[in-house]
Design a protein around this ligand. Structure first.
Ligand code: SF4
Ligand code: SF4
Length: 404
C-alpha cells in the first residue's frame, strides 16, 4: 500500500513563485529549501540519499504555502512526506521525529504522564527560575487548579448528543481548558452535551508528516472505529487535527477495506470556527470593551488546506466581540511550529517565529487567539522570549468567557 509516489519534477516550471512564500527559505536563503530546489534534488538523489538529503527533507514545515502559490499546482508537501517515508532508517532529526511520534503521541498514557510531570515540576519551580523559560509548555494552562472537565477515558456516549467531539492531544492532556471551553460552547450551541468517544487517539498528523504511514494509518483506523457508533457531526477544536482528519480518505485511497469508512468519517468533520459561526443564534455573546483589540493567528493548516478557512474565524470573532480582529501589515505569517519541526529544528523555528512576534507586539493587541495546538504552543514560546506581553489563548477560551 502506498500514497502517490515519485515526485514529478518535470512539472516544475522553475518560475520561483514558491520562493517568495516559503518561511524556511526566507530565513536560510538556501535554494535547497525552496520547493523548486527540493523538487530538483528528488531527481538527483532519490536513489542515493545521504544524511544531508534527509536533513533537507526534514527542514520543511509542510505548511503548503508553496503549493498555494505554485501556478502548476504541485502538491509539494505530499511529495516531501512520501520522500520521508522512503527514508525510514536514517539517523538525524527525521529519525528523532519518528521516534518521538511513535513513543509519545500514540501513547495517551505516556502523554498524560508528561502533562502531569510538567504541572508537578512547574508547581515546585520558583517563578523566577530560568528553567521555566526552556519548558515549552509553561504558562499555557490558565487554571491548572480547576480541572472539572470530563476525561476522555471516562466519557460515555450520550443519547441526546447532537455532536461528537474529537479533542486531540493538546486539549486532552496539556491544556484541558480548551476541551472544557469547547464542550461548554458546544452544549450551548446544540442544547445537549457532545458525545466524546473514549477510544479516540492522536489524529496521527505527526506520524503522517514524518513519513510513518504505517503508524498514521493505525491511528486513523482507531479514530474511525471510535466514532463509528453514530453518524453525528464531529467537531474538533484543533485546526491541525481537523486538517489531518480531513486527509483520512487520502490515507486509505487504495485500501478497499477502509476507504469508504474514511470518506464517511471525513464527511462528518466540522472545523471549529465554521461550526460556531453556523450556530451563532444559540450563542449569546456579551460584548466587552476589553476584547476590542484581538489578533487572530491563521494556522497554515487552515490557510493553505484544500478547504481554505480564512474568513470564518474572523467573522466569528467579530460576531462575538463586536470588533473585527487586528491584521498584520503584510498579511498572515507562519509561526514556524510545523508540528515536530520546531523540536527537530529549534533554531530555524525560532528564526521564523521572531518576526511574527515582533509584528504582533507592534499591533498592541490585548489578546492573541488561534485554533491550532501547534501554533498555540509556538506563540506561547514567543511570548516567553520576552518581546510580547499579550495573552495567548485558544479561541474557545475567549468565546467561552464572552458567553452570557
Ligand atoms: S512555484 Fe511551482 S512551478 Fe514555480 S518553481 Fe515553485 S514548484 Fe516550480
Ligand atoms: S511546505 Fe512550506 S516550508 Fe515546505 S517547501 Fe513549501 S513553503 Fe517551504
Amino acid at each position: 500500500m502506498s500514497l502517490s509516489r515519485n515526485p514529478a519534477p518535470e512539472k516544475c516550471a522553475k518560475c520561483g513563485a514558491c520562493t517568495t512564500v516559503c518561511p524556511v527559505y526566507q530565513v536560510t536563503g538556501k535554494e535547497s529549501h525552496t520547493a523548486r530546489g527540493r523538487l530538483h534534488l528528488f531527481t538527483l538523489l532519490e536513489n542515493n540519499a545521504s544524511r544531508a538529503y534527509a536533513d533537507i527533507l526534514s527542514q520543511c514545515l509542510l505548511c503548503g504555502a508553496c503549493s498555494d502559490a505554485c501556478p502548476r499546482g504541485i502538491d509539494i508537501p505530499a511529495k516531501i512526506r512520501n520522500a520521508r517515508h522512503d527514508l525510514p532508517d536514517l539517523a538525524g532529526p527525521l529519525h528523532f521525529k519518528k521516534l518521538l511520534t511513535k513513543k509519545a503521541l500514540s501513547s495517551p498514557n505516556l502523554l498524560e504522564g508528561l502533562g502531569t510531570l510538567h504541572k508537578n515540576l512547574l508547581a515546585k519551580l520558583p517563578k523566577e527560575s530560568g528553567l521555566r523559560k526552556v519548558l515549552p509548555f509553561h504558562g499555557i494552562s490558565e487554571k491548572e487548579e480547576n480541572h472539572n472537565f470530563p476525561s476522555l477515558h471516562e466519557s460515555e456516549a450520550l443519547p441526546d448528543a447532537q455532536l461528537s467531539y474529537f479533542a486531540g492531544c493538546m486539549a486532552s492532556y496539556l491544556v484541558p481548558e480548551i476541551q472544557s471551553a469547547t464542550l461548554q460552547l458546544a452544549e450551548r450551541a446544540t442544547g445537549s452535551p457532545p458525545a466524546i468517544p473514549a477510544d479516540q487517539s492522536c489524529c496521527g498528523l505527526a506520524s503522517y508528516s514524518s513519513g510513518d504511514l504505517k503508524e498514521a494509518r493505525k491511528l486513523a483506523q482507531r479514530n474511525i472505529t471510535a466514532f463509528a457508533d453514530s453518524a453525528l457531526p464531529i467537531l474538533t477544536s484543533c485546526a491541525s487535527c481537523y486538517s489531518h482528519l480531513s486527509n483520512y480518505p487520502e490515507l486509505f485511497a487504495d485500501d478497499p477495506d477502509w476507504s469508504d469508512a474514511a470518506t464517511q468519517f471525513a464527511s462528518r468533520l466540522y472545523e471549529f470556527s465554521s461550526f460556531f459561526l453556523d450556530n451563532l443564534e444559540e450563542l449569546p455573546f456579551a460584548e466587552n470593551q476589553a476584547t476590542a483589540d484581538i489578533f487572530y493567528h491563521d494556522p497554515c493548516h487552515l490557510r493553505f488546506s484544500q478547504k481554505k478557512t480564512i474568513t470564518p474565524p474572523r467573522s466569528l470573532i467579530k460576531a462575538a466581540t463586536g470588533h473585527s480582529p487586528l491584521e498584520l501589515p503584510h498579511g498572515p505569517q507562519c509561526c514556524g511550529n510545523g508540528g515536530l519541526f520546531s523540536l527537530a529544528h529549534g533554531d530555524l523555528s525560532r528564526q521564523i517565529l521572531q518576526p511574527l512576534i515582533h509584528e504582533i507586539s507592534e499591533l498592541s493587541a490585548c489578546q492573541v487567539v488561534t485554533t491550532c495546538s501547534g501554533c498555540l504552543l509556538q506563540l506561547m514560546k514567543g511570548k516567553k522570549s520576552g518581546s510580547m506581553q499579550t495573552k495567548v489563548r485558544h479561541l474557545s477560551i475567549l468565546l467561552n468567557d464572552l458567553l452570557k
